[in-house]
Design a protein around this ligand. Structure first.
Ligand SMILES: [Fe+2]
Ligand SMILES: [Zn+2]
Length: 377
């Protein structure tokens, strides 16, 4: 257990905490005072910071560090304030290691070959809807691979909504929230036809692109219409290995996406790179929809590389070696991470009824975090 404190000593305005594994972390005084967890500084019910960070005295000095509770806590007193602070060793260590309150799920990249070997890992509807441990397992699977099949649902819109509500709430969009459709031109989008749709992500025109999408098959009589998925992170890794320069360009150039419908008075417009990274350089979102790309002129020096990068991305996403192709039969649901997994559909003949919804990224993460803290996984 590395998160027990062995000793603590002051060094000017630093408090050096030595852990039971021999590691030492230097915590600055201002940071420690700002993170006091006492009920005057952190509201015990709302968990909101009450300490007035910017009114703390300039000559703030920690005093008398004590290791308490067999290494599970650190106690400090402060001068010139008369204040005592107690810190949870576990929390200090997680923060020192750059971790969040719960560990993120490690992502497993996939392609056609790995899926053929490992299977789809479908989960039964029953457990998903009634058992928190099984829900946690299912959401972990969803996070790990970026998609999840739920089997054996009633082929009804009520069942679709029950799954969405079991996770969180349905996201409202310009198309409404929960949807239930057969092919018609109710909206100005290819999704409402029977044509083939190539792999893409939804909402490239939204600042906060939909985090997750659900497709639940309610009825199908006909041929074709298979769903197609691509692991965008797997494609990104392939590009990084084959053409690091193109990978960089796809990570740098912000591409505008738009949804324009003058009749309804809607003009959505948002920009982000095809491969979006966080401040540590980790890939966090793939956004790609060539049809919804708005007009823009990349700078001269990178224009050719941009098109080359986009072409490579498109080619790989349309290569069967990177695709999963699966039929959605009535009662079968596909949920996928729209920040990672591209989706498409084969053309079909006949009648198909599909229901679904978007759920926000943060709400799925929240649900899983709560289940993790409860010890369900
Ligand atoms: Fe779509
Ligand atoms: Zn306090």
């Amino acid at each position: 257990m590395g998160s027990l404190i062995r000793s603590a000593a002051l060094d000017a305005s630093l408090c050096n905490v030595t852990w039971s594994d021999g590691h030492t972390t230097a915590f600055p005084a201002l940071w420690l005072r700002d993170h006091c967890g006492c009920p005057d500084c952190l509201h015990p019910e709302t968990h909101q910071r009450l300490v007035d960070t910017f009114s703390l005295p300039d000559d703030l000095t920690p005093q008398d560090p004590q290791v308490a509770d067999n290494g599970r806590a650190l106690i400090l007193t402060w001068s010139p304030e008369r204040h005592s602070s107690r810190y949870d060793a576990d929390l200090l260590r997680r923060l020192a290691d750059g971790k969040e309150p719960t560990d993120p799920v490690a992502k497993t990249l996939w392609d056609a070959a790995t899926l053929a070997e490992e299977g789809l890992g479908e989960v039964p509807a029953e457990g998903f809807l009634s058992d928190d441990d099984l829900l946690a397992e299912a959401l972990t699977k969803l996070d790990r691979r970026g998609f999840l099949f739920v089997e054996g649902l009633d082929p009804t819109p009520e069942a679709t909504q029950a799954v969405a509500r079991r996770i969180s709430y349905i996201r409202e969009t310009i198309f409404g929230g929960f949807w239930d459709f057969t092919a018609n031109m109710e909206h100005k989008d290819t999704a409402y036809t029977t044509l083939e749709i190539g792999p893409h992500t939804d909402g490239t025109y939204s600042f906060d692109g939909p985090g997750y999408q659900m497709f639940h098959c309610l009825a199908f009589e006909g041929t074709g219409g298979e769903s197609l998925l691509v692991d965008g992170f797997r494609v990104a890794r392939e590009i990084q290995e084959r053409a690091p320069d193109l990978y960089r360009v796809l990570g740098e150039i912000a591409v505008p996406g738009q949804y324009l419908d003058h009749e309804r008075g809607v003009h959505l417009l948002a920009k982000r790179p095809v491969l979006r990274h966080d401040s540590d350089g980790a890939l966090i979102q793939v956004s790609y929809n060539n049809h919804d790309r708005a007009a823009f002129l990349p700078d001269r020096e990178r224009l050719e590389a941009f098109y080359e990068g986009l072409r490579l991305f498109h080619r790989l996403a349309n290569d069967p070696a990177f695709q999963m192709i699966e039929r959605l039969a009535p009662g079968r649901m596909l949920i996928f991470d729209n920040w990672r997994t591209l989706h498409g559909r084969k053309a079909y003949q006949g009648k198909r009824r599909l229901a679904g919804a978007y759920i926000n990224k943060e709400d799925v993460e929240s649900r899983l975090r709560v289940l993790q803290l409860k010890g369900a996984v």
